[in-house]
Ligand binder design. Structure first.
Ligand code: UDP
Length: 463
């Protein structure tokens, strides 16, 4: 018998940073809105660590998971191709396989939800069903993306060479140093791909955002205003967040026991997301900064990589596991009573929700930022790549829940004294802590039954 439930097919682009929010959306559709959900994943990594993680996050009891045949990247793009070019190439390559997989399904989906790199699949027009884009980022980033084709026509020269910010109708202007990575070099293939994506996003039936109405009210108003951004975004906007991972119950007992022994809000957690890496010089300064601050810490470390800020994006867990090779001599011994160093990957949500954690030095990936907010943890904003500089600006300037280094960490090395100062500040600043606690409440209430984010997803379910 055919199921009478709506059936959503979700397609995530490769990389855990993209897959994790898609899985959370899938779980939410199942648990709160009566959907059946099939999640199509693409593996671009041969890393056993990634497969293992995927299994631990996926919730097979809730979601039907289908892994599409892997794409061999070596023939698709040049070896030096940038992140967006790589992901876009994989997504183009995967479309015929996705189409075949959907056609072969016994119970055909009734709605497609693609992440923003999946916009190319909007062309699969033979599937007569609504198609939504899931944009797991801020409304400000969405505004910049849909306006990029206009900026491309109107602005001459490199964006980063400008002295004036870029105007977005009705939104906060974007400073040249905050533009997203693909806009850093207009001659690069990645830029062309980004502009194409900006134009392509509005070919769907609606855009889901992983944030909530009260987080960026001005930008959301602009996106819906015919005099501002609405002519460029063209489709309805649905803020449906904050959707974040639930604790996985995968945290090692010793880690939780150690956290249990620390005073409330006394530990700073340091992590650069699923793929972020820093140079050896920066890593050394960070180690010293943490040590000098004398605050307790948990630090997820990866082997340093010169000139590649997303060095582990596709190769998580392949970097070797012995931090003693690259941490300053004696660091582990000197800090063993106040800190824990975890190689490569940590159970982030379990750590952030622990009451002993009181600060998060983060690269400001959007999932990490939301996880910090929903656990009421103030941040040190340390953006590295993608749209992280925009996110860092939002959390420091608009929301007042973070401090950030005086100069961009991508432009120069942040020295140990500044790191020490930021750690001390984030751990003691009462106002910042109170603000993030308020924000946590506001996010929780947006998700509750009958409130804005809940209603947005209900609307899609009704459609
Ligand atoms: N994450 C984790 N452990 C780690 C690093 C990352 O669980 O050691 C998770 C984190 O909780 C978040 C995701 O990976 O859900 C990272 O996504 P984000 O958008 O913050 O950054 P990206 O990885 O896309 O740069």
């Amino acid at each position: 018998m055919e199921s009478s439930k709506p059936h959503a097919a979700l397609l995530s682009s490769p990389g855990l940073g993209h897959l994790i929010p898609m899985l959370e959306l899938g779980k939410r559709l199942v648990t709160h809105h009566g959907f059946d959900v099939t999640v199509f994943t693409i593996s671009a990594s041969t890393s056993p660590a990634e497969s293992q993680l995927l299994q631990s996050i996926a919730s097979p009891q809730l979601l039907n998971m289908v892994e599409l045949p892997p794409v061999d990247m070596s023939n698709l793009v040049d070896a030096d191709a940038k992140l967006v070019t790589r992901i876009a190439a994989i997504m183009r390559e995967i479309i015929p396989r996705f189409r075949t997989a959907i056609s072969g399904m016994k119970v055909r989906p009734t709605v497609l939800i693609l992440d923003f790199f999946g916009f190319e699949a909007l062309h699969i027009l033979e599937f007569d069903m609504p198609k939504y884009i899931y944009f797991p980022g801020t409304a400000w980033f969405l505004s910049l993306s849909v306006y990029a084709p206009i900026l491309d026509m109107e602005v001459e020269g490199e964006y980063v060479d400008r002295t004036e910010p870029l105007s977005l109708p009705g939104c906060k202007p974007v400073r040249p140093e905050d533009v997203v990575d693909p806009m850093l070099d207009r001659t690069n293939q990645e830029y062309l791909q980004y502009v194409r994506m900006g134009a392509g996003l509005s070919k769907c039936d609606g855009i889901l955002l992983n944030m909530w109405e009260d987080l960026e009210p001005t930008t959301l108003r602009a996106l819906r205003d015919e005099e501002a951004m609405a002519p460029f975004v063209k489709v309805p906007i649905y803020p449906i967040g904050p959707l974040t991972r639930c604790p996985g119950g995968v945290a090692p007992r010793e880690l939780l026991d150690w956290l249990d022994l620390q005073p409330t809000e006394s530990v700073i957690y340091v992590s650069f997301g699923s793929g972020g890496t820093i140079t050896i010089e920066q890593l050394t300064e960070l180690a010293w900064g943490l040590e000098l601050s004398q605050h307790r810490f948990i630090w997820v470390v990866r082997p340093p990589i010169q000139n590649n800020l997303y060095g582990s994006y596709f190769t998580l867990g392949n970097g070797g596991d012995d931090p003693i090779r690259y941490l300053p001599v004696g660091f582990l011994g000197r800090t063993k009573t106040i800190g824990i160093v975890i190689p490569n990957w940590a159970p982030q949500v379990d750590i952030l929700r622990h009451p002993s954690v009181g600060g998060f030095l983060s690269h400001c990936g959007w999932s990490s930022t939301l996880e910090s907010i929903v656990n009421a943890v103030p941040m040190i904003a340390w953006p590295l790549f993608a749209e992280q500089r925009l996110n860092a600006t939002i959390v420091t300037e608009d929301l007042g829940i973070a401090v950030r280094p005086e100069v961009l960490p991508t432009k120069r090395v942040v020295r140990r004294e500044e790191i020490e100062k930021m750690v001390r500040r984030v751990m003691v600043d009462k106002e910042m802590r109170n603000r993030v606690k308020e924000l946590k409440k506001s996010g929780e209430s947006a998700l509750s039954k009958g409130a804005s984010s809940y209603n947005s997803l209900s609307l899609i379910a009704k459609d």
